[in-house]
Design a protein around this ligand. Structure first.
Ligand SMILES: NC(=O)c1ccc[n+]([C@@H]2O[C@H](COP(=O)([O-])OP(=O)(O)OC[C@H]3O[C@@H](n4cnc5c(N)ncnc54)[C@H](OP(=O)(O)O)[C@@H]3O)[C@@H](O)[C@H]2O)c1
Length: 306
């Protein structure tokens, strides 16, 4: 069911469980014209406590997940200052610093966390300055590879938020700028200040609200990074996914990721997990081949749920 890998990959075939093999890695996408990463990355939000608050229940497993991801060739990790808060970024540095060449860490600013499961927007220059300084410090870098505005804050003039990002980029603290949960009109408005190289919007096989944004980013060479690519773990229960998974001797989560991977070449995947076994399973998804009939049934899901 999985193809044998291209020979240029440096690690051996990995047996996951009977009949499941990861062979090599995903193909690549170049972010902002100079950061080439494999399209199957890792989202580091789940290595925190419940409600994305505080330290993880199992610190050692969180470290192992990050190190295993790097070992298996993941070179794109998504995080945010607000995951924990501060916990996810600190664990990334603890597990992976000094970073191997080519590892791209994308973080975000623009949300504050008064408590578990609470997320408040703050796009003021004052907050973003503190957030960016904190991220640079915790990640132990002089420049953030990709800094994503977590949310546009309607309470703050757009000019203030975007001018801060523009200055931070001009001063070398940010290499590239991305946005999260934005419309085409918002991307175009932001592009008056800085080049936008990535858009991170909620999107999965069963949630296609941002189809126009996916098309816009694909047409403009912008990375599209779906958050909740597994719909927060809820795709497992979808009947069609279970059917296709059975046909391919795979798991429904792998089918959901494979559908995204084949849906558009500018999609970068960042499935989140706190477990090594799930990480390994998810990475294997890029080698699933979906036939025309399977694609048709999965595509039809969009008619069911937007
Ligand atoms: N920009 C934004 O506003 C925003 C919002 C949310 C998330 N994000 C980013 O997007 C990334 C992905 O989103 P997400 O982590 O929230 O959701 P997700 O990737 O859709 O799903 C993660 C959930 O699925 C479970 N899971 C993962 N792999 C599994 C497997 N193979 N088998 C069974 N369960 C599995 C995880 O539990 P286990 O831990 O038990 O594996 C976790 O509960 C985040 O890590 C974060 O970097 C961004």
């Amino acid at each position: 069911m999985f193809e044998y890998c291209n020979l240029w990959f440096e690690f051996d075939n990995l047996r996951l469980r009977k009949g499941f093999y990861i062979c090599g890695m995903s193909n690549t996408f170049t972010i902002g014209g100079d950061l080439t990463v494999h399209r199957m990355g890792y989202g580091a939000m789940r290595i925190t406590g419940d409600g994305i608050w505080g330290p993880p229940k199992d610190h050692d497993q969180a470290i192992r997940v990050l190190q295993r991801a790097a070992e298996l060739g993941v070179d794109f990790i998504d995080t945010a200052d607000s995951y924990g808060p501060k916990v996810s970024e600190s664990l990334i540095a603890e597990a992976l610093y000094p970073y191997s060449e080519g590892l791209v860490i994308a973080t975000k600013g623009g949300l504050t966390r008064p408590g578990p499961s609470q997320w408040h927007q703050d796009g003021s220059a004052k907050h973003l300055r503190e957030a960016l300084e904190g991220s640079l410090d915790r990640l132990k870098v002089d420049q953030i590879d990709l800094y994503q505005l977590h949310r546009i804050d309607a309470k703050v003039p757009f000019e203030e938020t975007m001018s801060f990002l523009q200055d931070a980029q001009e001063n070398g603290f940010i290499r590239h700028v991305g946005l999260s949960e934005v419309s085409v009109a918002e991307i175009q408005a932001a592009e008056k200040y800085v080049k936008i190289v990535s858009v991170q919007n909620k999107y999965s096989v069963d949630y296609r609200h941002w189809e126009a944004e996916l098309k816009y980013t694909a047409a403009h060479g912008i990375a599209f990074i779906p958050w909740y690519p597994l719909n927060a773990g809820n795709v497992e229960a979808i009947h069609v996914l279970k059917e296709v998974a059975k046909e391919l001797e795979a798991s429904p989560n792998q089918v959901a990721l494979a559908w995204l991977y084949h849906h558009s070449p500018n999609i970068l995947l960042i499935p989140g997990t706190s477990k090594v076994a799930h990480l390994e399973e998810n990475l294997g998804a890029v080698h699933l081949k979906l036939n025309a009939n399977q694609l048709e049934r999965l595509n039809a899901l969009s008619a069911v749920k937007k």
